[in-house]
Design a protein around this ligand. Structure first.
Ligand code: FAD
Length: 306
C-alpha cells in the first residue's frame, strides 16, 4: 500500500480512525501543556479522546475536571478511564454516577495496578469489584455506555499464560465491553498472533492497537519492563546514542511509530489508539503520514466538482 493513501485502506476503502489518550495534569503548567495538545489534536477529529484515572480514586477530581473541560470547550467525545483497585463498590458506583451526570457516555474499564506498584501481588478491596470484568458488569448495569477494556498482545505480566489472559478478556466482553484497546507493543507479528488467538476464542469485538510514540527511549524501556511489553533489539539500535540529541530522537521516534502504524494498516487494521503522554507533536506527525489531517486542510485540498 502507498503510504500516501489518505486515511483509507486501498482495497476496502475502509476509513482509518484514531483516538488519543491523555492523563490529568497535576500542575498549572501541565494543564497548560495538555490544553495546547488537545487544541492541536482536536482538528484531526478523533473518534474519541480518553482521560486516565489513578488507583483508588487518586485522580478522581483532576480526571473529572479534564473531562468536564473537554465536554464544555471542545466538540470531542471524551471517554473516562475508571479503575476499581483500592476502592469499595459504593465509591466506584458514585464515580460512575458523577461522570454520567456530567455527560460522559464512554468508559474505559480497568482493574488497575496494585497500590504497592506493578509487580506486587494484587489484592482486591474486600468490598470492591475484583477485576475488569466485574467493573464492566457494574458499568453496564448503570447505563447504556460505550465500554472499552484492556487487552495484552504479549499477555498481562500477572497472567500465567495466554489462555488465562484471553479468558479474562472474554469475561469482559461477555459482561458488555464492545472494544478492547491493547497495551503498547512494538512487535506487530505478536499483535497479529494475539488477534488470531482472540478470534479463535470466539471474541469478535475490535482489538484496537495502543500505539506509544517514544518520547524518551530509556524511560520507555523501564516502563515497558513493568508492563510486560517487549522492546526489540532493533529499536534499541535505532535510538542508541541519541540521549543528548532530542531533535534526532524525535525524528527517529516519528519514523518508528509511523512504520509500525503503516505496517498495521497493511495488515488490515483501521483503528489506532495513541498514548500521547500529553504531547501532540509525534501523534500529529504520525496522523499526518497516514493521511489524517486537520479538517480545514482537508476541505481546502478537496477536489472541486466540475
Ligand atoms: P484485568 O483485565 O482485570 O486483569 C488483567 C489480567 O490479569 C487478566 O488478563 C488476567 O490474565 C489476570 N488476572 C486478573 N485477575 C485474575 C485472576 N483472578 N486469576 C488469574 N488471572 C487474573 N491503569 C490505571 O491505573 N489507570 C488507567 O487509566 C489505565 N488505563 C489503561 C488503559 C489501557 C488501554 C491499558 C491497556 C491499561 C491501562 N491501565 C491503567 C493499566 C492497567 O490498570 C493495568 O495493566 C492493570 O495491571 C490491569 O488492569 P486490567 O483492567 O487490564 O485488569
Amino acid at each position: 500500500m502507498s503510504p500516501f493513501q489518505l486515511a483509507r485502506r486501498p482495497e476496502t476503502g475502509a476509513r482509518i480512525r484514531v483516538s488519543f489518550e491523555f492523563f490529568p495534569p497535576k500542575t498549572e503548567d501541565m494543564a497548560h501543556k495538555l490544553w495546547e495538545t488537545v487544541e492541536r489534536l482536536a482538528p484531526l477529529r478523533p473518534s474519541f479522546v480518553s482521560v486516565t484515572y489513578g488507583a483508588g480514586g487518586s485522580t478522581r477530581e483532576p480526571t473529572a475536571r479534564t473531562l468536564r473541560r473537554i465536554l464544555q470547550e471542545t466538540a470531542l467525545d471524551p471517554a473516562a478511564h475508571l479503575t476499581c483497585v483500592d476502592a469499595d463498590r459504593d465509591a466506584v458506583d458514585s464515580v460512575i454516577a458523577d461522570f454520567a451526570a456530567m455527560g460522559i457516555r464512554r468508559f474505559i474499564a480497568l482493574r488497575g495496578d496494585p497500590t504497592e506498584g506493578v509487580g506486587a501481588a494484587y489484592r482486591p478491596h474486600p468490598r470492591g469489584y475484583t477485576n475488569g470484568a466485574e467493573l464492566v458488569r457494574a458499568l453496564a448495569r448503570h447505563g447504556s455506555f460505550d465500554i472499552s477494556v484492556s487487552a495484552y498482545p504479549e499477555k498481562h505480566p500477572e497472567s500465567p499464560d495466554f489462555a488465562t489472559d484471553i479468558e479474562m478478556l472474554k469475561r469482559k466482553v461477555d459482561n458488555g465491553a464492545t472494544r478492547a484497546i491493547t497495551q503498547f507493543f512494538f512487535d506487530n507479528d505478536a499483535f497479529e498472533r494475539y488477534v488470531e488467538r482472540v478470534r479463535r476464542s470466539g471474541i469478535y469485538v475490535p482489538i484496537v492497537p495502543g500505539i506509544l510514540p517514544v518520547h524518551n527511549f530509556p524511560q520507555m524501556v523501564r516502563f515497558a519492563g513493568r508492563c510486560g511489553s517487549h522492546v526489540p533489539a532493533w529499536m534499541a539500535e535505532r535510538f542508541a546514542g541519541l540521549e543528548r540529541d532530542p531533535a534526532t530522537h524525535q525524528l527517529v521516534a516519528a519514523a518508528v511509530a509511523a512504520e509500525q502504524v503503516l505496517d498495521l494498516i497493511e495488515r488490515g487494521v483501521c483503528d489506532f489508539h495513541f498514548y500521547t503522554m500529553n504531547r501532540a507533536e509525534l501523534a500529529f506527525a504520525i496522523c499526518h503520514m497516514i493521511g489524517i489531517r486537520p479538517e480545514a486542510e482537508r476541505a481546502a485540498s478537496a477536489p472541486v466538482a466540475a
